[in-house]
Design a protein around this ligand. Structure first.
Ligand code: PLP
Length: 491
């Protein structure tokens, strides 16, 4: 091995000076620790300035720049302007807050560099172990299968696809949807997440195939309405194929009646899919896991480690009870991807469980999160978020100017600022929207707004291991302060 490693005309992407890279790496690590440690001291969000925006319109670089210069640029243009979800008072939409261990995992996954499409290597063994652990956490049998995905949307689409192929009544992979003897029908509550509409469209079934069943006053699927819809569709020649139960809706956190839906699906020969992107992980929470009873009976489910497990984006997971049906929906083995008796190609192809060929090593950050913290603590933190949401609801109820619009089912609460009893819905919508935007722009807290049964409201979703009760008290005070200022401005 005494030959020169590189010939003069050959190039590589490796650094010229490994010692300099090591020094830069240590600097980045030091500053990254401070970035996460001190997140509470920074505003939750700031709007990227015109100068920053202009920087992202810079032309394609033709030649390279020293890595430390590139990093220096990022500390000014990128890191000061995040979405804000690692901050303790980020309760907008629904997403995890990240962890330092998770960030290290993403770094190490890239260092390992394995492509998790398939192959005989330790990363693939770890991917299998993570699926085994997630099945156990969800009460799924060992014989079930699963796959890590970009997120809950892809995980749901995997479930809806396996359901379609199972109920199509034809070899749909070969013949396509046009060959189905009967049109299918899927059912979900009117609170269903929008990714299911995308899914129905992508599957070639069309949005209308997904019948929205009215939700009751508690925003859970109305079972009588579901039964009526199924009977009506059967009589009209449709094949009722699948019920999508939501375990924690995005609007209010309502949990559809999982056990009743499981019973109904068993009786009607229908596929039972659970969208557990918000709630499924509550199955590991010691005090609230009873809320998820019935989840373990799903034929397929979607859950989201990048939400209540706080794994950095992206990490979703689809689980399917019948592993053969799961593989039978996606596996394709062209001549260039054949199993071999030994060597690198001698393992199961992980790409057989979804639409991707190349797959990132997202298993590592889920694995490291479970190893570092243990499932017991992760479960307690979910309990903590649900308790905090009940505590916030109590603060809202105790404040005469705030009115609650939804019950607390899990870790979401909807409410609005209502200073006067006779204000129109439109005026209230304007006022509450302005409060929400000022809280963001002043860097205090982030939450979203929505409509519950037609009424505009503010929505707080506490999926955040950094939130404390003090944060909740602060935000109630700040809502009332900004509300009072706005009313003074309009007088
Ligand atoms: C977040 C969410 C999704 C989508 O999951 P992603 O991880 O964002 O793709 C689907 N359903 C529900 C109920 C969700 O909360």
């Amino acid at each position: 091995m005494n030959q020169p490693i590189q010939n003069a005309h050959e190039e590589t992407l490796d650094p010229q000076d490994w010692d300099a890279v090591e020094r830069l790496g240590l600097q980045i690590m030091r500053e990254a620790v401070a970035h996460v440690r001190d997140v509470r001291d920074r505003p939750i969000w700031r709007n990227p300035t015109e100068e920053i925006r202009a920087g992202f319109a810079a032309p394609l670089p033709r030649s390279g720049t020293a890595l430390e210069t590139v990093y220096g640029e990022l500390t000014e243009t990128l890191l000061p302007y995040p979405l804000g979800n690692i901050h303790p008072r980020y309760w907008m939409w629904y997403m995890g807050a990240g962890t330092f261990g998770g960030a290290l995992a993403d770094f190490l996954a890239a260092i390992d560099g394995s492509n998790l499409g398939g192959g005989n290597n330790a990363a693939a063994l770890m991917d299998n172990q993570v699926i085994a652990w997630l099945k156990q956490m969800m009460g799924f049998p060992e014989s079930a299968s699963g796959t890590l995905t970009s997120g809950g949307s892809m995980a749901n689409i995997i479930g809806l696809t396996v359901a379609r192929n199972a109920k199509a009544g034809v070899d749909i992979r070969e013949e396509g949807v046009a060959a189905m003897p009967q049109p299918l029908r899927y059912y979900a509550s009117d609170q269903v997440h929008s990714c299911h509409q995308k899914g129905m469209e992508l599957l070639g079934l069309g949005n209308k195939t997904l019948r929205r069943i009215p939700s009751g006053a508690d925003l859970r699927m109305d079972m009588a309405a579901l039964r009526d819809a199924i009977a009506e569709d059967r009589a009209a020649g449709y094949r009722p194929a699948c019920v999508i139960a939501t375990a924690g809706t995005v609007n209010t956190g309502a949990i559809d009646p999982l056990t009743e839906i499981a019973d109904l699906c068993a009786g009607e020969d229908m596929w039972f899919h659970v969208d557990g992107c918000i709630g499924a992980l509550i199955a590991i929470a010691p005090r609230y896991r009873h809320l998820m009873a019935g989840l373990e009976r799903a034929d397929s489910m979607a859950l989201d480690p990048h939400k209540l497990l706080h794994v950095p984006f992206e990490a979703g997971c689809a689980l399917v009870r019948d592993a053969d049906r799961h593989r039978g929906t996606f596996a394709v083995h062209p001549e260039y991807l054949e199993d071999k008796p030994r060597g690198i190609a001698s393992a199961e192809y992980l790409q057989d469980y979804g639409a991707q060929t190349s797959r990132g090593f997202r298993a590592l950050k889920v694995w490291m999160t479970l190893k570092e913290h243990g499932v017991d603590k992760l479960g307690r933190l979910i309990d903590q978020n649900i308790d905090q949401t009940h505590a916030l609801a109590a603060l809202i109820d105790a404040e005469p100017l705030l009115k609650r619009v939804s019950d607390v089912a899990v870790d979401i609460v909807c409410f609005r600022y209502e200073p006067e009893p006779r204000m129109s819905d439109e005026a209230l919508c304007d006022l509450n929207t302005e409060i929400m935007l000022r809280l963001q722009e002043e860097g205090i807290a982030a939450f979203s707004d929505t409509r519950v049964k037609g009424r505009h409201c503010l929505r707080v979703a506490i999926c955040n291991h950094r939130t404390t009760r003090t944060d909740l008290e602060l935000v109630v005070r700040e809502i009332c302060r900004i509300g009072a200022e706005l009313r003074a401005e309009t007088r």
